[in-house]
Design a protein around this ligand. Structure first.
Ligand SMILES: O=C[C@H](O)COP(=O)(O)O
Length: 251
């Protein structure tokens, strides 16, 4: 058995209504045995659809998750949901530290770390996002930024069963632009070494996904890069045909 099963996660962001369950249904239909054994697929719809999607996906082996959580278990946090609530709906994972949360809501590394710890407390897998801005890359600071985000947001005691990292260069998200294969290989190789140093043998089990304008047209090239263990997909995860085509890279 491979050390790290490839994982393709769809982040629907603030898109989708109840009728979108039909799109999930098409994903389930297309996630046949030839794909199931080779790649794990997951969909993170908006919070309003988590419960519905969990029911639709029951028995399908597609994981359903959330896009964020509060680090606390419960309390006076209007508008928020906790990791325990996601687990209670049947969710299996939660994205934390996404750059849109970091930028729009000024979330810090410490908050992303607390959310990853909350995910573990609730028995969820945290998909922890890190990545540099365009200005940071142009300044030659991409690796330094990644290092600082890793040190600030990866929790102690992370394992291959409770943490997945997602490298998402901020400038590649929703822009149609991607780093070169050499640039992706450099960052993923760097993260892999960092995990090895921090967690030893267990670090080898932690998957590192690439995210940022992954589409069926570039998935083969990106997913073949060393230390890329799957993808975190935004726009192209909204349509079953595109999302399945990306996952089918592993078939
Ligand atoms: O979480 C997903 C990422 O932000 C990537 O989004 P994108 O595939 O639309 O560029």
């Amino acid at each position: 058995m491979a050390l790290r099963t490839p994982l393709v996660v769809g982040n629907w962001k603030m898109n989708g209504l109840k009728a979108s369950a039909a799109e999930l249904g098409r994903m389930i239909e297309g996630y046949g045995p030839e794909l199931r054994w080779k790649v794990q697929m997951a969909v993170c719809p908006p919070a309003t659809l988590i419960q519905t999607f969990c029911v639709v996906a029951l028995g399908s082996r597609i994981w359903i998750g959330a896009q964020d959580c509060n680090a606390q278990q419960s309390g006076a946090f209007t508008g928020d949901i906790s990791a325990e609530m996601i687990a209670d709906c049947g969710g299996g994972l939660v994205i934390v530290g996404h750059s849109e949360r970091r930028t729009i809501y000024a979330e810090t590394d410490a908050e992303a770390r607390a959310k990853a710890e909350a995910a573990r407390r609730a028995g969820l897998v945290a998909v922890l996002c890190i990545g540099e801005t365009e200005a940071e890359r142009l300044d030659g600071r991409a690796i330094a930024v990644i290092d600082s985000q890793l040190s600030g947001s990866v929790p102690d005691g992370a394992t291959g069963s409770n943490l997945v990292l997602a490298y998402e260069p901020v400038w590649a998200i929703g822009s149609g632009r991607t780093p070169t294969t050499a640039e992706i290989a450099e960052v993923h190789g760097h993260i892999r070494k960092w995990l090895d140093r921090r967690f030893g043998k267990e670090g080898e089990r932690i998957r590192i996904l690439y995210g940022g304008s992954v589409k069926p047209a570039n998935a083969v090239e990106i997913l073949a890069i060393d230390n890329v263990d799957g993808a975190l997909v935004g726009g192209a995860s909204l349509k079953a045909a595109d999302f399945l085509a990306i996952a089918a890279t592993y078939a």
